[in-house]
Every structure is written in C-alpha cells, then in structure tokens.
Ligand binder design. Structure first.
Ligand SMILES: Nc1nc2c(c(=O)[nH]1)N[C@H]1C(S)=C(S)[C@@H](COP(=O)(O)O)O[C@H]1N2
Ligand SMILES: [Mo]
Length: 309
C-alpha cells in the first residue's frame, strides 16, 4: 500500500474501504475484550492494555516518551502547573462514566461509555500535538474517528456545530475549586470539522487506556488545531445550530478564537506561533500550517484565517 503523509489525504482516501471493513470485523472482537473489559472493572485500575490496528498514515517522527506524555500536561481541572495533573488526577473516578448526547439529533440520550464505544474499531494513530504555548509532542493515540461515533446519534439538518463538555466534579478535580476558567471546560467544532476523518475520539495511548491526566476515559484529539481544542474527560456532546461558547474564548476572547487552527503566521498576543519546541528536544523547529495536516485546508477555503483565528 502506498503510504502518504496524512497531510496529503483527501476525505475519501484515509482508509481504503475493504481494508477498513476487514479491520473493523477483526477489531469489534478486540473492542469487546479490551476497552469494554477495562470499563467495567470494579476497582480503579491504573491502565489496561488496549489493542488497536495501526493506521497507515501515522507520522513516522520519533514518538515523545510515555513519561513526558503522562507527566507534562495541561489539565487545569487538576492545577495549572505541568506536573499538577499527574500528581492530582489519581482520585478521579472514571467508572462508571456516562455521556449525555443532546441537541439537534434523532437519537439523543444519556449513554454509558461502553455503549458510546461499542462496535467501533480501535485504531492507533500517531499524531503531532501542538500547544499554543509553543511546545509540541508526538503521541501514539488509540481511538475511534469521531465521525463514526457522531453518526450513530443521527445529527439533523439543524446541527451546524458540535459542543463538548468536560466533567464538572470539584470533589475529585481540585483545580475546579478555583475560578481559573469557567467550569465545566467547554469546547466546540464546526460539524464538518468534527466529521473530518482526522478528528479522533481517543481512549488510550501507547497501547493502554488513558491515564487520568491525559483525559480518561475519553478525550478529543484534533491534530491541526492548538492543543486546547482537544478537550479531556468528556461527559456531554451537543449538536447545536449556533457556534458554541468555549472556555478559553470566555476567559480571553482576544487571545483564543473559536477556530484556533495551528498557524505560524498568526501570533497569539503573548507568544509567537512561528516556531515550537518538541518536548525532549532543545532546538526549536518551524511550526507548520495546520500543524502539517494540509488535507484540512479545504474546510477553510475563502475564510480569512487572521480574522477567524
Ligand atoms: N478539560 C480540559 N481539557 C484540556 C485542557 C484542560 O485544561 N482541561 N488542556 C488542553 C491543552 S491546553 C492541551 S495542550 C491538551 C494537552 O493534552 P495532553 O496533556 O494529553 O498532552 O489538553 C487540552 N484539553
Ligand atoms: Mo495547550
């Protein structure tokens, strides 16, 4: 098979259909024994092994170490310092976990995590993650294309955006006892962005279920946008007609736009976005437009990306 960079992909060629279907048949069985078994574990397990089919368009760049990915985090619900989430997230109970799906869709409801994930094939996708603060990582995520999940709820013609909410539970999320952001953390995507084949709902990384500091049990990964769009520990998914409010826009609208596409030519008021430092390296490297995921450019044709930052 021809291996290309994900940046060159079009919507229709991310995974050839017959391979996808065969993999899906294989993985349905895996999903039943892997993540689903982990979800129903009676005690708070650290992490359970998770099998996933390799995705052929992963970046070949060296992966950031497991230690860095799990100890250098932004998860303000557990504190604002990079080492706070790893230290403070252990008390979060992620079983059972329910997800409310509402808004403009034919199948709204409150679902168990098991039901949200059931029947979907897990893939391992190695993506770059670029934080607006100027650092980046290469992370081997395990997840499901968000589009596959969303389609099951049958969004109606009125659905133009998808809004996401993180858990709001100050008793287990000590950072929520301070008003550093408006809680719960909220994010949103345009429906076509949410349905783009690169947009992933992640349930694991490095071959195991997510640790709490990375957004267990289920978090978004939108690789062409700054890291803060990749909302963690999701409990609500809403199909909306109008553009949803996001936590960062509410806190500093002049700094954080709704789109937040990685763009080396549009600086954040406090930080240049032209270069970045890969965690584990010292040199700085050039930041790429759309974080190198060029196939998304068609989503923004005709838009002034300085205005819609
Ligand atoms: N709920 C929630 N989601 C969040 C954040 C947060 O503070 N709260 N931080 C965001 C930011 S700024 C980044 S860079 C990524 C970091 O993900 P990682 O720690 O798994 O690398 O999570 C994003 N998702
Ligand atoms: Mo970030």
């Amino acid at each position: 098979m021809l291996i290309r960079n994900a940046g060159d992909l079009t919507e229709n060629d991310v995974t050839p259909e017959p391979i996808y279907r065969r993999r899906r048949e294989f993985m349905t069985g895996i999903a039943a024994t892997g993540i689903l078994a982990a979800c129903s574990a009676p005690t708070e397990a650290a992490a359970a092994p998770l099998k996933a089919a390799p995705w052929p368009y992963s970046t070949p760049e060296p992966k950031t170490s497991f230690k860095d990915i799990t100890s250098y985090n932004n998860f303000y619900e557990f504190g604002v310092d990079k080492d706070d989430p790893a230290r403070n997230a252990g008390g979060l109970k992620t079983r059972p976990w329910t997800v409310k799906v509402d808004g403009h869709c034919a199948k709204p409801g409150t679902y168990n995590l098991e039901d949200v994930l059931k029947g979907h094939a897990l893939q391992e996708r190695i993506y770059r993650l670029r934080c607006v603060e100027g650092w980046s990582m290469v992370i081997p995520w395990i997840g499901i294309p968000l589009a596959d999940i969303l389609k099951r709820y049958q969004p109606t013609a009125k659905a133009k955006f998808v809004a996401f909410e993180t858990l709001n539970r100050p008793s287990e999320m000590p950072g929520q006892r301070r008003a550093v952001l408006e809680w719960p953390y909220r994010e949103g995507l345009r429906l076509d962005e949410a349905m783009h084949p690169l947009t992933l709902m992640a349930v694991g990384l490095y071959g195991q279920t997510l640790l709490n500091q990375n957004g267990a049990p289920m978090r978004l990964v939108v690789p062409w946008k700054y890291g803060f769009k990749s909302i963690k520990s999701i409990v609500r998914i809403s199909f909306t007609e109008t553009q949803p409010r996001t936590a960062w826009q509410v806190s500093a609208p002049q700094e954080y736009g709704f789109y937040s596409n990685v763009n080396p030519t549009v600086d954040h008021p406090r930080w240049s976005q032209a270069t970045e430092r890969r965690i584990g390296e010292f040199k700085r490297r050039k930041t790429l437009m759309f974080n190198g995921y060029n196939s998304v450019a068609s989503l923004y044709r005709g838009m002034d990306l300085k205005k819609f930052y």
